[in-house]
Design a protein around this ligand. Structure first.
Ligand SMILES: Cc1cc2nc3c(=O)[nH]c(=O)nc-3n(C[C@H](O)[C@H](O)[C@H](O)COP(=O)(O)OP(=O)(O)OC[C@H]3O[C@@H](n4cnc5c(N)ncnc54)[C@H](O)[C@@H]3O)c2cc1C
Length: 220
């Protein structure tokens, strides 16, 4: 507030007690969203592994009964996501679309990179068609280009979407996107426990460790 930053916050429900006690988690989320509402801020509920999906959606819908300054994340690798997104968009909910970071079973998730990309684009078109605000979270050049193509073809106004990237990733696209008139938000891990947070992310998906090593060498 002091620096007039256009920022909002993302939360992970397992860090707010989801696996310990769902009601306790709901109360925590509600309190955060209520507090954010006082400052006209927005809270994004991150999506974690598939054992959390139903409860995360359920908590979102319950908090939404009283507040609209809350949205969620949908993962393009999950086969259920199209159905979930249809329900979310029927209520005009703000959704971030990402590929998904966790290792999920082939019974419930697309595993081939091309299938995940195509589902990502399908989900993005649902957001555009239903005129819902979407966070386009990706560093994949192909998806960024396809998203821009869809934005131009469908004349989507730039206050209906934003690109989102992780801090330190996708730097090569950022300036270009902003200079072309697109909005871009950077996801910044915040707080003193950034190290355990980063280790957890690597444990959840060893691919992330590969990215980190590759980027380290890129910067040297
Ligand atoms: C803002 C934001 C929020 C997210 N929130 C969630 C969430 O709530 N739930 C969830 O499951 N996933 C989340 N993710 C992660 C997402 O699901 C993907 O796993 C991740 O973004 C990589 O997919 P990609 O679309 O960038 O494509 P990829 O093809 O995986 O990556 C494209 C390129 O980007 C670079 N890259 C990608 N990720 C990293 C990284 N971590 N470190 C270094 N370089 C990298 C690599 O050079 C890679 O070649 C989020 C991602 C972003 C950007």
């Amino acid at each position: 507030e002091k620096n007039k930053l256009d920022s909002n916050i993302s939360i992970k429900l397992t860090q707010l007690g989801l696996k310990l006690d769902k009601e306790f988690c709901f109360e925590n989320v509600r309190e955060i969203v209520e507090y954010a509402d006082r400052y006209k801020n927005f809270v994004r509920i991150d999506m974690e592994d598939s054992t959390c999906t139903d409860d995360t959606l359920d908590i979102l819908y319950r908090v939404r009964r009283d507040f609209t300054n809350v949205g969620i994340v949908i993962q393009a690798y999950l086969k259920r996501s199209e159905q979930d997104l249809k329900e979310l968009t029927s209520q005009g909910i703000n959704v971030r679309i990402c590929k998904g970071i966790y290792n999920e079973a082939p019974e419930i998730a697309f595993k081939k990179p091309e299938e995940i990309r195509q589902n990502y684009l399908r989900l993005l078109m649902i957001m555009f068609d239903r005129k819902c605000y979407v966070g386009i979270a990706t560093h994949d050049r192909y998806l960024i280009e396809k998203a821009i193509e869809a934005i131009n073809t469908n004349a989507i106004p730039n206050d209906r979407y934003e690109f989102q990237m992780l801090l330190g990733v996708g730097d090569e696209y950022r300036t270009q996107l902003v200079q072309s008139g697109h909005r871009l938000r950077v996801y910044v891990p915040f707080g003193k426990d950034w190290f355990p947070y980063s280790l957890r992310r690597m444990k959840e998906n060893p691919k992330v460790a590969g990215y980190v090593i590759k980027n380290l060498f890129k910067k040297i």
